[in-house]
Design a protein. Structure first.
Length: 49
């Protein structure tokens, strides 16, 4: 920001360096849904057992 870059340029630079986790709400990906579904299924199975 000291170099006069816009907010969006700063955010894009941080995402390029550190990934989507620098955002408060990172974009959801297909693999994320699979992990959540597996955890829900594992919780249900362990609860029934």
């Amino acid at each position: 920001m000291q170099k006069g870059r816009t907010d969006s340029e700063v955010v894009e630079a941080l995402i390029a360096r550190y990934g989507d986790f620098v955002r408060y709400r990172p974009a959801a990906e297909g693999g994320d849904s699979l992990v959540w579904a597996f955890m829900l299924l594992a919780s249900l199975i362990s609860g029934l057992w």
